[in-house]
Design a protein around this ligand. Structure first.
Ligand code: PXL
Length: 298
């Protein structure tokens, strides 16, 4: 039984097929015991990564009316979580919605989905990147990959292997934008070990969480990772504990996808690992419930 309410508002697109953004965030946060309300920024038939001919219904005009309705109806959220956003206007609206729902102690997570492998997504403009920097300044935690982090910090993208000191500087730069916590994905210090690194500016030192690299481009794994990380924080994990669990869950999922999927565009095969994730979360939740000082990391 939960000892305290856990509520989150997730603002991402809804790609009907191909498993990313909301179709990943919702099941992951639910198995982590987080009640999640969703604000879909657009409805697509599939994600845009590798499919052609997809439909795209923009919902920019609905965002503020939906948020205002939630406000009037008395919804409160302990965390606000944004991901892929389709236009500069949407990014600015999300900034406004964050302001609308921010209360003392609200935890704001921004996954600044902008690109991968050194390239911004085709839909991304210079203006959108600028707006994304402004949105990140309002966050408590940002979860970019290296492509996105370099763009946010306006430094040239470089291929790995990276040095610990370079990753440390990038993480410190991200925290320097405003968030107290930053997690970087796509980190590797040697070719065959890949994962994430995190920095909590309160505790200081960057930490690394790496697993054996599984070759291939796996869509939706960034969303899976960020959602798991947030789920962990909701259940009392420290940033590094949540990062470790998120890397492990993502790695398990990629292994299943590599083994069982004929076409990686169809998304990560995470479902079979949800019970594992649920058990991990429960372990931490039980410890939290037992401890005299209930301590949530949100
Ligand atoms: O997983 C990121 C993402 C989210 N939403 C849409 C996308 C992508 C990545 O390509 O196309 C619509």
């Amino acid at each position: 039984m939960f000892t305290e309410q856990r509520t989150c508002a997730a603002i991402h697109d809804l790609s009907g097929a191909g498993k990313c953004s909301l179709t990943v965030a919702l099941p992951v946060l639910s198995v982590c015991g987080v009640e999640t309300s969703v604000l879909p920024t657009a409805v697509l038939s599939t994600h845009t990564g590798g499919f052609t001919g997809f439909t795209y219904r923009d919902l920019t005009e609905d965002l503020l009316p939906m948020a205002r309705h939630w406000k009037e109806a008395g919804f409160h959220f302990q965390a606000l979580y944004s991901g892929f956003l389709g236009s500069e206007a949407q990014i600015d609206l999300v900034t406004e919605i964050f302001q609308m729902f921010r209360e003392p102690g609200t935890f704001v997570v921004v996954d600044p989905v902008m690109g991968d492998n050194g390239k911004l997504y085709q839909t991304y403009t210079e203006e959108m990147a600028q707006s994304m920097v402004r949105l990140c300044r309002r966050a408590d935690l940002v979860v970019p990959n290296l492509t996105e982090a370099c763009r946010l910090l306006e430094i040239p993208y470089q291929e790995g292997p990276y040095t610990e000191s370079f990753i440390g500087e990038v993480l410190a730069g991200l925290c320097g934008l405003g968030p107290g916590k930053a997690v970087l994905t796509g980190v590797y210090l040697e070719e065959d070990r890949l994962g994430a690194a995190c920095l909590d500016s309160k505790t200081g030192r960057p930490e690394f969480f790496l697993r054996d690299r599984l070759e291939g481009l796996y869509h939706g794994t960034g969303d899976l990772f960020a959602s798991t990380l947030l789920g962990g924080l909701f259940n009392g994990m420290s940033l590094s504990e949540a990062c470790d669990v998120a890397v492990e869950f993502t790695h398990k999922t990629i292994a299943s996808t590599k083994e069982k999927s004929k076409d990686f565009r169809f998304g990560p095969k995470f479902e079979e690992h949800l019970p594992w994730l649920g058990r991990k979360m429960e372990e931490y939740r039980k410890n939290l419930a037992k401890s005299a000082n209930l301590r949530y990391n949100i």
